[in-house]
Ligand binder design. Structure first.
Ligand code: ZN
Ligand code: ZN
Length: 458
């Protein structure tokens, strides 16, 4: 799945989760293919065969998404778009018939892939839901654990505070009792002194400090008011209220309890994104370019370059283990000017590619008088390559400025702009944002086996 997303379709696809909607999006994406009036109808008929070759490679590699898109593009192109092309009527009838035959064969294959993709998407969606459920459970468990720990901490704290409060109250009570006892002592002493001075009072009665009642106060000469020293609330068996200074001394400072830092709670990132489309900017497959291409092509172009005439060639190769490898540069019969180059007899080119099972991976051309960039004419040449294969590259060699560039149309700006542009020859295109850029998916390697096929001399 991850590798099958490796095409620039990732740019246009939303992240819908509904398997059927995902398949529909692929169909929509594929239906955006166009048959450019400026490109000969016959070239489309030829590149159709190449599309089928490439789609089969994708299918065999298990890249069902890419294969499905290509088959759907093929169907759209030859059922809907090409019949409206101005050159369609004049295209070789045997080739048209051949393509029609292929379309018939492609329908069931596309249907089969659609089924496979739906199953695959459903599995992915089920797995995602299962993982989400597990994650939610883990989070809930984590939160419950945290809540219980919090609860235990809170209870312990309460218990500790309660004990401290009780201790301080007991102490206070004892102090009050002691004070009261001392007070009684002093009362007693005072009474003794008084009685010693009053001979009418019997000494015996002095030890009795029972409270006097109004009904029985024969001996009740002890001032009953002495009991009024007992604090009211003590007499009523109530717990005393703490005085301010006492509470300061004995009440635990609850507000000093360390705050629980909730930020340290393990966070489970519920929405962690794992989306990753591969090593380069657009998640494209790598295009592996032997470094030798540049020098070999410059040599073959040298005669033209000296005459200030452009030379062009087709980069051809194969797909293996999820990357494209350029193995051949085919130089077709062509006519050139200082700032343009046109392939003439493309028959030989197609024949060579067909018989060697080569895919078109882009093109290469020289700029004898200018630096390396894509001119407006180059943008339009690059368009059909990249439209059929998002990885297609344009190598521009400038011997004069000793520069080599590897370019592509920007998928978001360049591709749609050139698709809509009907101008021919040199003309203006948007400068910002750029309509083309240096490829981040092209990788130069040291490989001496690149084959240059010069079809001009044939
Ligand atoms: Zn150019
Ligand atoms: Zn244009």
């Amino acid at each position: 799945m991850a590798s099958s997303m490796k095409s620039n379709i990732a740019l246009s696809l939303s992240y819908t989760r509904d398997p059927a909607a995902k398949v529909r999006e692929l169909c929509n994406h594929a239906s955006q293919v166009e048959a450019e009036p400026a490109v000969p109808a016959r070239r489309y008929l030829r590149s159709g065969l190449e599309m089928l070759r490439m789609a089969k490679v994708y299918k065999d590699e298990g890249e069902y998404e890419s294969a499905f898109i290509l088959y759907m593009k093929f169907i759209t192109l030859f059922v809907e778009k090409l019949p409206k092309h101005p050159g369609y009527k004049d295209a070789p009838q045997n080739e048209v018939a051949n393509i029609r035959q292929k379309v018939k064969q492609v329908f069931p294959v596309a249907e089969e892939l659609k089924g496979k993709l739906t199953v695959r998407y459903t599995e992915i969606e089920n797995k995602r839901q299962e993982e989400e459920r597990k994650k939610a459970e883990e989070i809930a468990k984590e939160q419950e654990k945290f809540r219980l720990e919090e609860e235990i901490r809170r209870k312990e704290e309460e218990e500790r505070s309660r004990k401290l409060r009780e201790q301080s109250e007991e102490l206070w009570l004892k102090e009050q009792e002691e004070k009261f006892r001392q007070l009684q002592e002093r009362e007693k002493e005072k009474q003794k002194d008084k009685d010693r001075r009053d001979p009418n009072i019997l000494i015996d009665d002095l030890g009795d400090n029972r409270p006097s009642s109004g009904l029985n106060n024969e001996k009740g000469r002890v001032p009953s008011g002495s009991l009024s020293f007992v604090p009211n609330d003590l007499r009523q068996g109530q717990r005393p209220k703490l005085e301010k200074n006492l509470s300061q001394d004995y009440t635990p400072h609850i507000q000093d309890r360390p705050e629980i830092d909730r930020s340290t709670k393990p966070l489970v990132d519920q929405f962690a994104s794992t989306t990753n489309y591969g090593g380069n900017k657009y998640g494209l497959k790598d295009v592996v370019v032997p470094r030798d291409i540049v020098i070999k092509f410059m040599n073959i172009a040298e005669q033209n370059t000296r005459k200030n005439v452009e030379t062009c060639g087709i980069l051809s190769g194969k797909m293996e283990r999820g990357a494209f490898f350029i193995t051949h540069v085919l130089v077709p019969k062509q006519t050139g000017t200082p700032d343009s180059c046109n392939a003439e007899n493309e028959e030989d080119l197609f024949e060579f590619q067909d018989s060697n099972d080569l895919l078109s991976l882009g093109w290469i051309h020289t700029h004898p008088t200018q630096t390396a960039f894509l001119s407006s004419v180059d943008l339009h040449t690059q368009y059909p390559y990249q439209q059929l294969m998002p990885e297609a590259i344009a190598i521009v060699v400038s011997p004069k400025f000793n520069e080599t560039g590897v370019f592509m149309l920007t998928p978001d700006i360049g591709l749609p702009e050139v698709a809509k542009c009907s101008k021919r020859g040199h003309h203006e295109h948007t400068k910002h944002p750029p309509v083309f850029e240096t490829c981040s998916h092209a990788r130069f390697v040291d490989d001496k086996n690149i084959v240059l096929v010069d079809l001009r001399t044939k």
